[in-house]
Structure formats: C-alpha cells, structure tokens
Ligand binder design. Sequence first.
Ligand code: ASP
Length: 424
Amino acid sequence: MKKVALHWKIIIGLVLGVIFGLLFTQVTGGKQWVIYWIKPFGTIFVKLLKLIAIPLIMASLIKGISDLKDISKFKSMGIKTVVIYVVTTVVAIGIGLSLVNIIQPGNGIAEHTVTVLKNNYVTNTSLQGKLTEAQFQQSQGPLQFLVDMVPSNIIEAMGDNKSMLKVIFFTLFLGVCLLLIGEKKAKPLKDFFDSLNEVILKMIDIIMLFAPYAVFSLLATVVVTSDDIHVLLALLKYAGVVVLGLITMIGFYMLGVAFIVKKSPIWFLKKISPAQLLAFSTSSSAATLPVTMERVEEHLGVEKEVSSFVLPVGATINMDGTSLYQAVASVFIMQVLWPEGLVFQNQLIIIVTALLASIGSAAVPGAGMVMLIIVLDAVGFPKDLLPIGLALIFAVDRPLDMLRTTVNVTGDATVALLVDKLKK
Ligand code: ASP
C-alpha cells in the first residue's frame, strides 16, 4: 500500500480536530472535556518541539560554521540574510497598508458592534496582560534589544525559549572561536556537536510521528475555546483584509522561488507544508523551528551552513506575517476609533515601527498583539482608547495568529532558499 505523505496525515488530523471541536461545543460540558482530555496531548507535543529547539540550534549552527572553509563567507551570508529579511518585511507592511487603506474595513463597523466588543473584552485578563507587557517593553531604552542579545549566563539563556537570540550569539561566538583554534584542537568538540546534531534530527523524526494526533488536539482545543461565531462574523471584513494580505505575501515568496531560485513553487510548498501546518496549529514560529530546519535542510536541500544560521535568526527577527497584521490592525483600529490620526505621516511611522516591532516580537502565540500596542503608541494613538482598540480585534486574534505564523515560517524558509541560491 502506498504510504500517505506526512502533510496529508497532518491535514486529516487538522480537519478531524476542527470537526471534533465543533461537535463538542454543542455538547454540555464538552468544552471542559476537551480541555481535560484532549488538550494535554497537543501541549506535550509543543513542549517536545521546544525541548529540542535550543540543542538543535546550537548543534546545527556549530556544525554549519565549523564546516565553513572561509569565515568571510559567513559575513557576506549574514549581510545578505539581514538585507533580504528587511526587504521582505517592508514589502509585507506595504501590502498590509495598501489593502487596509483601499478596502477600509473600519469604516462600516456599527456603533453597536464596537460597544459589544468593548464590553466583552476590555477587562479580559489576557488583554490586560498584553497592555502591561507592552508598558514594560516601552519603559526600556532603544538599545535594550542589543543588551538583551548578550547572555550573562548561557545555562539560564538555554532554559528560556524566548532567549533564542542569546543562544545564537553564544553559539556564533563559540563556532567562530572553534575555527580560530585550528582543526586539531577543535576536533573533539566538533565531533561532539556533529553527533548531537544527528541525534536531534532523529528525535525530530520520532516526534513528527505524533504530529497528526497533536494537530488534532491543538485544533480541537482552539475550536472549543474560541469566541462566539457572531463576534467573529462582525470582524469578517477586517480579518478578510489580513488574510488577503497574507495570501498576497505567499504569492510574493513564490515569485522569489520561481524567478530567483528557479524552482517550482508547487515543489516548494509541498516540501515545506508540514512546517506550515505546524506553524498554523501551534501559532509559534519558535516551536515550529526544529521542523522548519529539518524540512529546509533535508527536503529543500539548503546547505546546513545557511539554514542553521538563517532559520533560527529568522524565527526570532523575521516576521512578515506579523508585521503585515500589525499594519492592518493599527490602521483598522484608527479607522474605527481615531480617524483624525490617519494622516500620511502616521502611515510612515507605522512602516518603521511595524518593522521594528516585528523584529521585537517573540516567536510565541499572541506576541504580535503586544507589539501592536507599541506601534499604536508611536503614532500617538490616545492612551485611554488603547484597551478599546485591542478589544476590537481580540476575538479574531487567535485565528489570525495561526495564519500569520504560517506566513512567518514560510518567509524564513523562502529566505533560506534565496540566501543559499545567492551564495553560489
Ligand atoms: N505567533 C507569531 C509567531 O510565533 C508571532 C505573532 O505574530 O504573534 O511567529
């Protein structure tokens, strides 16, 4: 019998998870049952992926660097990576801003809908938590991100998935010094990391066997915990603009794959789809990273020295989907609550702050919304309206997060392919 491809198995898990979730929302006590008995399996899966993310980054980056013949190659790859990341993010913001200004989703929202959303969500604890987190981020100086990049204790940094840049910094430093001490002295450590790398790739294979079941659990949980369908429908036009923007962005990547890398977009999408489906199900680029790395190296054929650098860095700083969403959401909120703020100068401020905000967003569920607060603040959005603004978009944040994370991961994989091509 022909083996069913992994992405099909995951899609089946996803669809069944949605159906199961929908059925259980109709049953009394169904939501609680899913949370008690189904949710833990998805949580365990995400924990397993996070568990191997840090050792994988370290082993694979060290292998990538120590296999380099010439360290200057690394510098040019680093510059190309950052430039392409910035360009794709600016394109994403440009697409988002254009669509939201043309379609104007905020202009048809009824007064009544605003009141309902406000009453439903302003006091929501998760929304309030995002406001507090944004306040904390703002209280720090502009160079704080550089300070945050340098660890003072590597064990501590390895213990926190949000400290991925710290781990990358340490590993790059270690890898470069490994090259500098000469082959003979470096050999034992290099062999250790080579072997660790192989072991972790095997662990990913084993973890991925559970992916279809985990996706079932994750989706069933999302469905039973999501909001009333009426609230979601009221925000359909806004959500539609974000989705249209994200689809356009995927189209933009495909142009890059077809015309620069000269490969078929269908081939690319087929190979990368398990990572996309996991990004969709987990809403976390960081949790998806091990699978993205495995797909890009083993299935797209990108060299390790490229993928081991481009992908972990991309997961933390390149979030095209997130920046597009931030552009659309900030203008949408202004259209509804503060139309006088929609001047040209503020749209320029959105381009710059959404670029920086997407770099600063953590690769975890919901992080894009925290940084959205900072974008709104930068354009001078009235502080007292801020909780109401967030309440407006809160109900659809999770589904949009799932979609923008998929774009974030697709963007990282595309850039890895581009950098690999351009280095040849
Ligand atoms: N969940 C997104 C990610 O992990 C970040 C965000 O936009 O909230 O890529």
